[in-house]
Design a protein around this ligand. Structure first.
Ligand SMILES: *Cc1c(COP(=O)(O)O)cnc(C)c1O
Length: 453
């Protein structure tokens, strides 16, 4: 294969990408049965001989594009997905052509530089302490792993034990405190770093899913407390101010899961929800959620720079010391793509005001959605304080039928959940592409669906 074959392949891909994006706002949000059936075309034996790159791209577009979910479009309200901002998507495409490894300055000067700039901007935007360390990872799950590894290192170093060299076998025990509503990925991260899914003290929560500080255990010895900015269902925040005070009095490390909710710190109108979160020791969040950069893009921010470096330390003869911020000192991965490029592009294109507006607008539309649902006689189960709406359509069976019908209808998409024992539809407004008219259109579709039931 000759290098010049690259250009036509990129041109073809760009042409299809353009076509895909042009059709996105008006197409069905969840693919129809015919599109899903088309995926069978990919079921073929491993090719024995080469295929023309253009034909490879053609096949992807012909059978792949229709079987996507329109998460990048304006009426996808599932999970907390975000979209991809124009500048961030453009940066992603250009960075793909660069094919940089963001491992170090020598591997990619531009990747290392943009990470450093983006990190500084993010800390300022979120009102977090200047000088925190940052790891650009795949998502919040890995951000938990990264930050909790730093936490583990520090709370054990505080009692004279070097866990990074000696390991957990024979280490003093670590107490882990979580809320009853902690996100599933936190338990996965705890399992991965050897602290265990079930070896936790679970603090009771209130009706919105917030930890109740009165239910807090007495803390003693090496301790990590995990709190949450933005419950995946209700959008509620654990009370950071009170918990940080209790935890820090006992010398504990406070880790915040702020996958989407921490972005509230960037919007003056919502910042009060996240009061006290700047006092935490580490934060996990997703740029691919509310900053609307393409997947996969998470961030672990850590106040104690040396603790993170200790946890992520790597030594090899070819790793020369430098005075610059070397990305590999902070991440679990060595080779990885240059995620900082898209984050830089998103922040450069939106600016402080643009990020605030993105967050604020999504919250406003969530309130509009909730208002419309109530007017139609449906029961909204949460206090809509952020971008999340949890709604019931009556009985469990009826709610399940409505959720299925929404997917079949295709006008918009949101998924089912269970909120405090009740089946519900969970709506998350988190994309720059969503407009007021999209909420109206989705409410009309829902009225039509519920009426037909
Ligand atoms: C999405 C989410 C996660 C997991 O993030 P990934 O990027 O999927 O790993 C964790 N916590 C909360 C609150 C989330 O919303």
């Amino acid at each position: 294969m000759k290098f010049r074959q690259t250009l036509p392949a990129v041109e073809r891909a760009a042409h299809f990408a353009k076509q895909y994006l042009e059709r996105l706002p008006e197409r069905r949000v969840f693919p129809d049965a015919a599109a899903l059936k088309g995926l069978a075309e990919f079921e073929e034996p491993l090719p024995e001989s080469p295929t023309d790159p253009l034909n490879v791209i053609d096949m992807l577009h012909t059978y792949g594009s229709p079987a996507t979910v329109a998460t990048a479009g304006p009426r996808y309200f599932g999970f907390v997905t975000g979209g991809a901002l124009p500048a961030a998507l453009g940066a992603n495409v250009l960075a793909a052509a660069w094919d940089q490894s963001a491992f170090s300055h020598t591997a990619s000067p531009v990747a290392a530089k943009l990470e450093e700039i983006a990190l500084g901007w993010l800390l300022e935007l979120l009102h977090l302490p200047r000088g925190c360390a940052g790891a650009f990872v795949t998502g919040t799950t890995m951000a938990h792993v990264t930050a909790l590894a730093a936490a583990r290192s520090k709370v054990l170093a505080d009692v004279g034990y070097d866990v990074d060299d000696r390991g957990l076998v024979g280490a003093p025990p670590i107490t882990v405190v979580v809320g009853e509503e902690a996100h599933a990925t936190l338990f996965k991260a705890l399992a991965i770093i050897g602290l265990g899914r079930k070896q936790v003290i679970s603090v009771p929560v209130d009706l919105q899913g917030r930890m109740r500080p009165v239910g807090f255990p007495t803390l003693d010895g090496p301790t990590i407390v995990c709190i949450q900015a933005g419950n995946v269902n209700s959008g509620a925040f654990d009370p950071a101010e009170e918990i940080c005070e209790i935890a820090h009095d006992a010398g504990a490390w406070v880790h915040a899961d702020g996958a989407f909710g921490l972005w509230a710190l960037a919007a003056p109108g919502r910042r009060r929800l996240a009061a006290g979160y700047h006092k935490c020791d580490s934060w996990a969040l997703d740029a691919h959620k509310w900053l609307n950069v393409p997947y996969d893009s998470g961030l672990a921010l850590v106040r104690h720079v040396q603790a993170l470096k200790n946890a992520m330390r790597i030594g090899a003869a070819y790793l020369l010391d430098s005075d610059q911020r070397e990305p590999f000192h902070f991440t679990p991965e060595s080779s990885r793509r240059a995620r900082g490029v898209e984050i830089w592009a998103a922040l450069k294109s939106l600016g402080r005001d643009g990020v605030a507006d993105l967050v604020e607008r999504c919250c406003e539309y969530a309130a509009l959605f909730a208002g419309g649902l109530k007017d139609a006689g449906f029961e909204v189960l949460n206090d809509v304080v952020l971008n999340q709406v949890v709604v019931s359509f009556g009985s469990e069976e009826k709610t399940a039928r409505v959720i299925r019908a929404i997917e079949e209808d295709g006008a918009f998409w949101a998924g089912g959940t269970n909120w405090q024992g009740r089946a519900a539809l969970r709506i998350s407004v988190s994309s720059w592409a969503t407009e007021r008219s999209d909420i109206k259109r989705s409410l009309e579709a829902l009225a039509r669906i519920a009426k037909a039931d």
